[in-house]
Design a protein around this ligand. Structure first.
Ligand SMILES: [Zn+2]
Length: 403
């Protein structure tokens, strides 16, 4: 089974690579470049801003449901009109531990000391503890505190997706995801308004009437990521068995195209480097900031996922305007984990999840300060470059054409 999927992806990657070479030799305008140029920093920022108007979008609340409705309205307005919802029930409400004085909880890893992080990673240097904020009073803005006042209740949940249907291979698709729920009593601007806006921007560009793709792409905005990935797992449980079935027979319609790969986006803005010895973090994006593309070396499809990760890195080198990308093998704590033993799966982030985010490199992570106003254009531009990277890679993988 691994060989079948590995070769499917390998063939797609080989074909995508060839089409770039042809375009480099003076054929008409490169459609991938044309599409990347349809992305724009102000549009990307405006979508993040729109998401932050729903506060931290914590799952199981009215503000979360309103955000799902808003995302669906936006997707339709982009021309991604066949929106659908996954419905499931979540009834285990476990509050995250309280934050306390996080900034003072720092520790330096000694020379030669091996301290492991999640996903098989190894922590290095100066670390800060990362504990989600569960104290509503940590929000100093009274209006935002009021917006985030409702606490989650057990019950039904929904999440939305839409699909760009492939012109010649409607029965095969890439799944492109981000989680729209957040926590921490802020605005969940970075985690994960930034990834949600990225996926929405991809939906906008690929849904333009002049864009045709050979294969399908599904744009999924997962719910319940912060409680343990119940939204993406519900999708896998409900939809995996439906893959590749034409319904009705002979119609050419595939409600669940066969999955080729899963690409997740989570926290795309902040790469200010390692905490200083006093536990503080640099105020400015570091000039050498990069996008981290991760796969999981212990997953069933590790080899194909590794190839996919480096394909995304190559797409970054060819098409992204500012920041580079690097690839790592410790993907963890992400919605792509639910897919990684079924298809090749990767995750894009501002930092490596284990070694860097897990060591407290982002002081806004799950905090009341994860607000739109906490980020500069240098931060937003890292997210834009991640959008350029995923758009360019996907455009090649689905064999994009401009009509
Ligand atoms: Zn997240």
């Amino acid at each position: 089974m691994d060989a079948v999927w590995t070769s499917r992806l390998a063939i797609v990657i080989a074909i995508a690579g060839q089409s770039i070479d042809v375009q480099a030799q003076g054929a008409p305008a490169d459609p991938v470049k044309v599409l990347v140029e349809r992305l724009d920093l102000e549009r990307y920022k405006a979508t993040i801003k729109g998401l932050t108007l729903f506060g931290d979008r914590r799952e199981g609340t009215a503000r979360n449901r309103a955000a799902v409705d808003w995302i669906e309205t936006q997707l339709k307005s982009y021309g991604c009109t066949d929106t659908e919802r996954i419905k499931y029930v979540y009834d285990t409400i476990l509050p995250p531990p309280r934050q306390g004085a996080a900034a003072s909880r720092r520790s330096a890893i000694a020379s030669g000391e091996i301290r492991r992080g999640v996903g098989g990673s190894r922590l290095r240097g100066m670390t800060r503890r990362v504990v989600p904020n569960d104290d509503p009073k940590a929000q100093t803005d009274p209006a935002l505190r009021a917006r985030n006042a409702e606490l989650p209740a057990s019950g039904p949940r929904e999440e939305v997706f839409c699909t760009k249907v492939g012109a010649t291979h409607p029965d095969e698709m890439y799944i492109v995801g981000a989680h729209m729920d957040g926590l921490g009593f802020g605005e969940a601007a970075d985690d994960d308004g930034s990834g949600t806006a990225l996926v929405m921007e991809l939906a906008r560009v690929f849904s333009s009437p002049d864009v045709e793709t050979a294969r399908s792409i599904r744009f999924a905005l997962w719910n319940n990521e912060e409680t343990g990935f119940q939204g993406s797992r519900a999708y896998v449980t409900q939809r995996a068995p439906l893959q590749g079935k034409e319904d009705p027979p002979g119609s050419g319609r595939y409600p669940e195209p066969r999955w080729i790969a899963m690409i997740q986006h989570d926290m795309m803005l902040w790469d200010h480097g390692m905490p200083h010895a006093d536990g503080t973090v640099s105020a400015e994006q570091r000039p050498e900031a990069d996008i981290n593309i991760e796969f999981q070396s212990t997953s069933k499809f590790a080899l194909a996922a590794m190839k996919l990760a480096f394909f995304f890195r190559d797409a970054n080198e060819t098409y992204a305007t500012d920041y580079p990308a690097s690839a790592g093998h410790h993907m963890s704590n992400t919605d792509s984990s639910a897919f990684m033993d079924l298809v090749p799966a990767i995750s894009l982030r501002e930092n490596e999840r284990g070694m860097q985010i897990g060591a407290g490199w982002n002081p806004h992570y799950h905090q009341a300060t994860d607000r739109y106003s906490s980020y500069s254009d240098k931060d937003f531009r890292l997210g834009l470059n991640a959008t350029q990277t995923s758009l360019a890679a996907l455009a090649q993988l689905v064999d994009v054409r401009l009509k």
